[in-house]
Design a protein around this ligand. Structure first.
Ligand SMILES: [Zn+2]
Length: 327
């Protein structure tokens, strides 16, 4: 099958990423940036709102910063929300955030590891739709849009119709076979709730061995369907997600005004949102790219007249844009 335009752009960035890994790892980009100083914040917010109004189609790229801005801040350090949701595990191991727990090698048993894993998944699956996503709902109201997200936490699919969302880095609602014996992914939510209820009822960190979720085909342990641990299943569901964003881009190549929104893209994954959006903005006449990031303000020279890079708190930016739009 021929590669879609989106796939080509991802592959291009992946090659760039390997070549300039050091630059990215230090928080930089090998892409030549504009020398123009950024406009004042208030003006940038007005431009953001105006571009939303003008757009025929809006493609939102939601990355880690978008979930973190709304209080999903338990991934990378032992924040108060982490200590609360993972209390038994924090008290026992002083784990420094949800991802660090995934790498903890001191689990007493597989049952304890699974207790932790289910606690992690339960926390995200049962989280309410956070404020930045609610502001985004208001901003996109009445517009034609699509959401591409590298987040696995299901915030985007809770806030928007699933047909308009591609979760290309996995999804906490599904298990896969840890040994990748099958292309199937299957529902994880019921099992996660069962495990969580067991932990609560027994006030314990571990589940019995016979509760550990297993692959229905080969009996190996299940694993969450997420990238990041070296066994991400790029099977049918993955292809479907890729196809969704590829199709959406193809369908709107000839729109007069496509607006790209880069929300909270970190330096480790420029290949799925940031650089494809930059390339598309450069190539499509009438396209525009708004980038919002807490730490970086990167506006490529090539699109210096077709983009705005806002450095700031993503939650505040989205609230300010919503207010400006009067929605
Ligand atoms: Zn299997």
């Amino acid at each position: 099958m021929a590669q879609s335009l989106y796939e080509q752009l991802v592959i291009q960035t992946q090659m760039n990423y390997s070549r300039y890994y050091g630059v990215y790892a230090q928080g930089g980009t090998p892409i030549k940036l504009t020398k123009k100083p950024p406009l004042p914040y208030d003006q940038q917010i007005k431009i953001f709102a105006q571009k939303v109004q003008e757009a025929d189609h809006i493609i939102v790229g939601g990355a880690s910063g978008l979930s973190a801005a709304g209080g999903g801040d338990f991934y990378y350090s032992a924040t108060s929300s982490f200590k609360k949701a993972f209390k038994r595990y924090y008290d026992k191991y002083k784990i420094n955030g949800a991802f660090a727990g995934m790498m903890n090698h001191r689990w007493a048993s597989r049952g304890e590891y699974w207790g932790y894993l289910a606690t992690f998944l339960h926390t995200t699956l049962h989280a309410r739709v956070r404020q930045p996503y609610r502001d985004l709902q208001a901003i996109l109201k009445g517009k034609d849009y699509f959401i591409l997200t590298t987040n696995q936490d299901t915030q985007a699919i809770k806030a928007f119709p699933e047909t308009k969302v591609a979760q290309i880095q996995g999804d906490h609602r599904f298990f896969q076979c840890s040994m990748q014996c099958t292309d199937d992914v299957w529902d994880a939510t019921k099992k996660i709730d069962e495990i969580y209820d067991y932990l609560e009822e027994h006030d314990t960190t571990a589940i019995p061995d016979d509760m550990i979720p297993r692959c229905p085909h080969c009996g190996a342990e299940a694993f969450p369907w997420v990238r990041g641990y070296g066994n991400f299943l790029e099977g049918q569901r993955y292809q479907e997600q890729y196809q969704k964003i590829s199709d959406d881009i193809e369908h709107h190549l000839h729109d007069q005004h496509v607006l790209f929104l880069e929300l909270g893209v970190g330096r480790l994954t420029p290949m799925f949102i940031q650089e494809p959006f930059w390339a598309l903005t450069n190539n499509l006449p009438g396209a525009y790219d708004v980038m919002v990031n807490r730490d970086y303000q990167f506006l490529p020279q090539q699109i210096e007249d077709k983009g705005t890079a806002i450095k700031g708190d993503l939650a505040k930016v989205l609230t300010d844009v919503r207010t400006t739009l009067g929605r």
